[in-house]
Each structure stands twice: as C-alpha cells, then as structure tokens.
Design a protein around this ligand. Structure first.
Ligand code: DQA
Length: 176
C-alpha cells in the first residue's frame, strides 16, 4: 500500500523550510469579475491571487497561483507540485469539479493534502453541480463564501501544514 508519506518521499527534491502552498484555479475562472457576478462576485482572479500571495509573504510562506482552462495543464501542474515539494493545495476545480476523474486521480496520486473551494454554493444550484469528484479526498470544502473562501482555505493550510525540520523531514500534524 502506498501511504501519503511514501509518495511524497518519492517526489523528494530540494527541501525548503518555508511552507509552500499552491492555489489552483480551473476553467473560466480567468473571467472572474465579469463572469456571472451574481454567482461569482466582482473580484477578479488577480484581486484574489494578490490577497493570497501577500498573506503568504506576511508569514514567510510561498504561495503560488495557477489558472488554466485545460484539464491536462492542471494535471501536469499537480504532478509538478509533488516534485516542487508543495505542502498543501487550495483548488477550485470549477467545471471539472463535476466531471474530472483524471484531475481527481492526479490529486490522489500525489497525495498532497488539499482544500476544495467554490465561490458559489454549489449545493444551492443546479443538481448537476451537487456532485464533486474531489470532496471525499479533500481535507475540507469551502463553498458559497465568495472570494473569502480562498482566504479561509489558505489560513487553514498555513495553520495545519506539516512541521518541517531543518533536515527537510516532516511531522504531519493531524488537523481538526
Ligand atoms: C465553481 C462552481 C462550479 O459549478 C462552476 O462550474 C465553476 C465555479 C465556483 O467557484 O462556484 O466554474 O467552482
């Protein structure tokens, strides 16, 4: 059986003492600000990313953001995250939430803990949005709190990151 710890050890490269969080945005989220503001609000993706990156800087954490409209590009970025020793992922899979077994499999394969974020409350919308291929693997889900949901997910990640030692090994703190 492959444990989370084993698969991260396989992906080991240069260890960093700084927490490393990757924020992934799925398809159409590049249009935030003008896209269906009744569901997604008026903040642009740049607005959202700026807040997250500066929060990371304030606590000496590396917060990287990545948006793509293509499933394969998001999958490749998750594989890369394992090589880069990313500690935690915050992901809004957007439309892929409801369709993508391949994206789910990428997160399962790398075993990097993640929080699933949705700007809108997917359970208060059309029935096809009620099912997520990610939620049962996620540490948690934030849905319906708009852009603030990303900040809450990042705050959670920063509090519950594995403790790194100066030798690069990790002690995982059980969240909750
Ligand atoms: C979304 C909800 C999805 O159903 C939708 O396809 C999106 C955005 C959200 O953030 O509310 O693109 O993930």
């Amino acid at each position: 059986m492959t444990t989370k710890r084993t698969s991260r050890a396989v992906a080991k490269s240069v260890p960093s003492l700084h927490p490393h969080v990757l924020v992934l945005h799925g398809p159409n989220l590049n249009l935030l600000g003008s896209r269906e503001p009744g569901h997604y609000g008026l903040a642009t993706l740049d607005d959202i990313n700026r807040v997250l990156v500066s929060r990371g800087e304030a606590v000496n954490a590396q917060v990287e953001t990545f948006q793509n409209n293509h499933e394969g590009a998001l999958i490749d970025r998750i594989h890369q995250a394992a090589h880069d020793q990313v500690d935690f992922i915050v992901i809004n899979p957007a439309g892929y939430t409801h369709t993508s077994i391949a994206l789910r499999d990428a997160l399962a394969a790398t075993a990097i803990p993640f929080v699933e974020v949705h700007l809108s409350n997917i359970y208060a919308r059309e029935p096809f949005r009620h099912h997520s291929y990610f939620s049962d693997l996620a540490v948690g889900v934030v849905s319906g709190l708009g852009a603030h949901g990303y900040e809450l997910a990042l705050e959670y990640a920063l509090r519950h990151l594995p403790n790194r030692t100066s030798h690069g090994s990790q002690k995982t703190e059980k969240a909750h």
